[in-house]
Design a protein around this ligand. Structure first.
Ligand code: NAD
Ligand code: UDX
Length: 483
């Protein structure tokens, strides 16, 4: 084999872009080209305004773009020239046909694999970077070998564990890099080649190698376990509200147990993001296909609790405002699924806003990183359609009139009856809540879905405050029974 020098990554998204930028930065002797079929995405990667917001990413891209990092729409050329091809295309939940609403849609993956088979003229290592169902490597192997002209392909599974908002940090300091491959001499050789890339900056003991199926399943398992912690603490938050316990105190006390650990125990309005729900549904589907109904039901419950948490929040708002929000203005602070990202995929804000719109509220939404266009699009899309632009079915235009998007938290709150906080942006902690209170309708409500505000201080100002899992304001206790 010739000396490995060229990497091509198919898919210039939240994973492909940052991951490849960091590989280019840490491996100056490797040429990295990120390709995508989306012209606007590639244009943005080549501009001053990158297509995704990630702290620290601009600096990394600036240091290597044009040197050993390139973004291109010439997919076939760069795939054919590469030694290692990462596939980091989207793998959303299927919306139609067999397994709809659960199974992973591998359309994009399969078309990438067929294209690789078509254009390759030399041996390649093909790396699954996307999160895929267990055994996908086998399917990909079949596509590649049945369509190739005597070229050798080695498939590796190298799932990505970065979280959005901290992607650059996570890539610089991964807890582990996981590489799965075939247990054959060629498979092991391919593992070593990829390991060598990461060894440029990741300590050897953090690079784990496994068989293909363990690597594929570990990714689904990690996301399922992380999401399960959130659903567990969110389930506790409901019990806290019923009993007078404070969920922050409970998670602090519980997290002190070194076997449990303190991270990922923050109660919230529910988890969002493009991964957790999709990957658990995928896991559930795989369990069902393998006849493991009990296992499937166990993981399904993590999503059920997450949906329950979002519904509970909406019900709380409506019932505390005299059982109707019809025609009332409600300010919404935060729309992204977490702070430090502009990503809105599966953000709980979509469900909460849709719930309030269903009760005919008027919404005024502010998020420091999400555009008006994106919010309007998200609120008029059906579940799971965000990653399937082909079957978009807009809701009726009347719903859109109920929503305005503003560029300032004070504007969102002005004349509002209630204020919902749906993303834990740091700037929401230091707002002038007295000024907000003075400009709101009375009684003025705050519904904090991310434990951002100081409940005591806000009650002092005169707000009626609901904060998930915190001891309840007497107001809510006196309200008629609700969910
Ligand atoms: P994304 O939608 O941001 O990016 C995918 C890109 O692939 C898009 O730009 C799309 O145009 C492109 N694409 C699709 N088919 C193509 C083809 N045939 N040829 C060329 N380009 C093509 O998705 P993402 O968030 O980067 O996620 C990618 C994968 O990584 C998913 O499987 C996801 O589950 C996984 N993952 C995501 C995260 C995350 O935080 N977003 C973390 C870990 C793993
Ligand atoms: C997740 C995984 O963390 C990452 O390893 C994987 O590669 C992709 O999926 P991401 O979705 O980007 O990353 O962000 P994450 O920080 O995990 O947050 C996901 C959601 O959970 C957010 O909506 C966040 O607000 C919520 N969350 C997180 C909580 O509600 N409570 C917590 O304690 C932690």
């Amino acid at each position: 084999r010739k000396k490995m020098v060229k990497i091509c990554c198919i898919g210039a998204g939240y994973v492909g872009g940052p991951t490849m930028a960091v590989i280019a930065l840490k491996c100056p002797s490797i040429e990295v080209v990120v390709v995508d079929i989306s012209v606007p995405r590639i244009t943005a990667w080549n501009s001053e305004q990158l297509p995704i917001y990630e702290p620290g990413l601009d600096e990394v891209v600036e240091q290597c773009r044009g040197k050993n990092l390139f973004f291109s729409t010439n997919v076939e050329k760069h795939v054919s020239e590469a030694d290692i091809i990462f596939v980091s295309v989207n793998t959303p939940t299927k919306t139609l046909g067999l397994g709809a609403g659960k199974a992973a849609d591998l359309t994009y993956w399969e078309s990438a694999a067929r294209m690789i088979a078509d254009v390759s003229k030399s041996d390649k290592i093909v790396v699954e970077k996307s999160t895929v169902p267990v055994k996908t490597a086998e399917a990909i192997e079949r596509i590649l070998t049945h369509n190739s002209k005597g070229i050798k392909f080695q498939i590796l599974s190298n799932p990505e564990f970065l979280a959005e908002g901290t992607a650059v940090w996570d890539l610089f300091n991964p807890d582990r890099v996981l590489i799965g491959g075939r247990e054959t001499p060629d498979g092991q050789k391919a593992i070593q080649a990829l390991k060598k890339v990461y060894a440029n900056w990741v300590p050897e003991e953090r690079i784990l190698t496994t068989n293909l199926w363990s690597a594929e399943l570990s990714k689904l398992a990690a996301n399922a376990l992380l999401a399960q912690r959130i659903s567990s603490i969110n389930a506790m938050s409901a019990l806290c509200e019923a009993t007078g316990a404070d969920v922050s105190q409970v998670s602090h006390a519980v997290g002190k147990d070194s076997r449990i650990g303190p991270k990922f125990l923050n109660a919230s309005v529910g988890f969002g993001g493009s991964c957790f729900q999709k990957d658990i549904l995928n896991l559930v589907y795989i369990c069902e296909c393998n006849g493991l109904a009990e296992v499937a039901d166990y993981w399904k419950q993590v999503i059920k609790v997450n949906d329950y948490q979002k519904n509970r929040f909406v019900n709380r708002i409506v019932s505390s405002m005299f059982n109707t929000v019809s025609g009332k203005k409600i300010g919404v602070l935060g729309f992204a699924f977490k702070k430090d990202t502009g990503d809105t995929r599966e953000t709980p804000a979509i469900d909460v806003c849709k719930g309030l719109l269903g009760d005919m509220a008027r919404l005024s939404i502010y998020d420091p990183q999400v555009t008006d266009d994106q919010i309007q699009k998200d609120l008029t899309m059906n579940k799971f359609d965000w990653d399937h632009p082909v079957h978009l079915q807009p809701m009726s235009p009347i719903d859109i009139k109920q929503v305005s998007v503003v560029w300032d938290a004070y504007e969102a709150a002005k004349d509002a009856h209630g204020l919902c906080i749906l993303t834990e942006w740091d700037e929401f902690k230091i707002l002038d809540y007295q000024r907000i209170f003075d400009n709101m309708q009375k009684p003025a409500f705050v519904f904090d879905g991310c434990n951002v505000v100081n409940v005591g201080e806000l009650r002092e100002i005169g707000f009626i405050v609901y904060s998930i899992g915190k001891p309840m304001d007497p107001w809510f206790k006196d309200m008629p029974a609700m969910a």
